[in-house]
Design a protein. Sequence first.
Length: 276
Amino acid sequence: MADSRPKKAKICLCIFLCLLVVGVIAVVVGVRMWRHSSEHMKWNGTGSTAHFQEIVLERCYNYTQLVQPELRDRDCQKIREAFRNAFISKDPCSATEEDYHPLMKLVNPTVPCDKTVFWSKTKELAHQYTKVQRELFTLEDTLLGYIADDLNWCGDTGSYEMNYQSCPHWKKDCSNNFVSVFWDLVSKRFAENACGVVQVVLNGSISNAFDRKSDSCSGSSINDLKWIIMQRNIKFTCQDNYRDCGPFADGRQPSPRESMTSCCLTLRPNTSSGSF
């Protein structure tokens, strides 16, 4: 009996030491992970939008229940989760379209034929237009566009937290960041799904409405655009005064300056083939 007690004591001591070592290791790993998650990479762009996940969920519910109730069967919880999983714990400068494929499968955005509106540097005008003409859709009038409009998001490699301090700037840091890749993907899908009559709202008064210096509908760059479009058997119309597009959502008619500096294009498919 006397000989067994020291052995038991040694065994207990060994077990205690092992547990102590495991505990110390766990604490060290936890501290390192906490430091890693709290010390985010520093970028030149704006950080993730505060309350990002809550905003995504709220917008999703608002869109599917009120704006487009025919989409009420969409699972907003899964959409929010897929959105977050697309970028969280990943290198914010190594985004790919594949990262967003699970999200795209959940949403599967479609717009009826003859209802698509494209815009470039005329966001406010285009959205005022679709608020009046509610049957028309800009990209931001679709579910994903509505959810992500004016939001910013990014994470860090190996961290389960979002970076609210800074995110990559598409020029100063990297173009393949998660925000840029997202908008490139949804814009491409939006354009690919367009059919029938497509309306385009451009600003003819700025220097880069279409590639090179542009001006009014009779100017050189708009004529370049017209030539390219007509080569594809697409009907082209341009109006320096966009009053035919209707008043603003608040009932205000466009000012003379606004009317003179924008143009609306209507793209129609080749009537013989039904395609662009």
